[in-house]
Design a protein around this ligand. Structure first.
Ligand SMILES: Nc1ncnc2c1ncn2[C@@H]1O[C@H](COP(=O)(O)OP(=O)(O)OP(=O)(O)O)[C@@H](O)[C@H]1O
Length: 259
């Protein structure tokens, strides 16, 4: 079967300045199907960001192979978009020009069609009135929406998100999660979403990959069978509590709690 993403036998070590090796990932194996929304949770330092760097082609694994549609990943790819924890916007450019920046970098020029697509995405993100504002005139949540819009403009098939909402307050964070699901419904993508928040993982994902402490390996792979579309009502669903308890027990290494 042709998977969208495939990690097979992935181990990765970093070398410290003193030459000492740090084994970050140890024999990680998983696949992601096209348009699946997969979250990754695990204790701090277990290698979540390393997974992201490997899939985005920023680093190559010490052992094993990362594939996208059967092709080995050996560098950054155009069909992969990344959203970081902080949006890293250029302060001297307005919102529209920040969103268009990767297009300009890729094609050397910006067409009217790019501008129209950017405006359509900004409208979907509720930012149409801010297209000509500078980033510092926007709240943290709005800036992160700009970062997401920028990642979506080149219409990547795969979207990697590294704790994209962790710098936001709880209410904005919840709203951004639902907004992301709305965008994902309109323009389906394969999503790898890294988070420290168990409830966020359960609320958003089709499946949650659970990692052990470093050296990170997969300890479980939990399919979240909560109905879609997800909303605030999902938080009240009895199974929501079950999934969050199971995941919390893994993370805190306590005994499993029965449903
Ligand atoms: N460039 C590097 N050089 C040396 N060690 C590194 C490097 N990058 C990461 N590490 C180590 O590899 C391990 C995994 O790091 P990684 O950033 O992938 O973890 P993480 O799960 O994303 O962490 P967190 O949840 O705290 O963001 C950590 O122990 C980290 O200290």
């Amino acid at each position: 079967m042709r998977h969208c993403v495939e990690f097979s036998g992935i181990s990765h070590s970093y070398e410290k300045d003193n030459g000492e090796k740090v084994l970050a990932l140890n024999n990680v194996n998983f696949t992601i199907e096209q348009h699946e929304f997969v979250a990754v949770v695990g204790p701090s330092g277990c290698g979540k960001s390393t997974l992201l760097r490997l899939l985005s082609g920023l680093i190559t694994p010490s052992q094993g192979t990362v594939r996208i549609y059967d092709q080995q990943v050996d560098g950054p790819r155009e069909d992969v978009g990344i959203v970081f924890q902080k949006p890293v916007l250029l302060p001297w450019l307005n919102v529209m020009d920040n969103v268009l920046f990767p297009v300009k970098h890729k094609y050397g020029r910006i067409t009217q069609s790019h501008r129209e697509q950017a405006m359509a995405l900004l409208t979907m993100a509720g930012l149409e009135a801010f297209a000509h504002h500078r980033p510092d005139e926007l709240s943290g949540g709005m800036q992160q929406r700009v970062g997401i819009t920028r990642a979506l403009l080149l219409d990547p098939d795969i979207l990697i998100m590294d704790e994209p909402f962790s710098a936001l307050d709880a209410l904005t964070r919840e709203q951004m999660g639902f907004d992301l699901l709305g965008l994902w419904r309109e323009k389906p993508k394969t999503v790898l979403f890294i988070t420290h928040s168990i409830s966020e993982a359960v609320l958003l994902a089709d499946r949650v990959l659970v990692m052990s402490e470093r050296p990170g390996t997969l300890v479980d792979n939990i399919t979240i069978e909560l109905p879609r579309p997800r909303s605030l009502d999902t938080l009240q669903h009895p199974e929501f509590g079950y999934y969050t308890r199971v995941l919390r027990d893994y993370i805190y290494q306590t005994d499993r709690v029965a449903a």
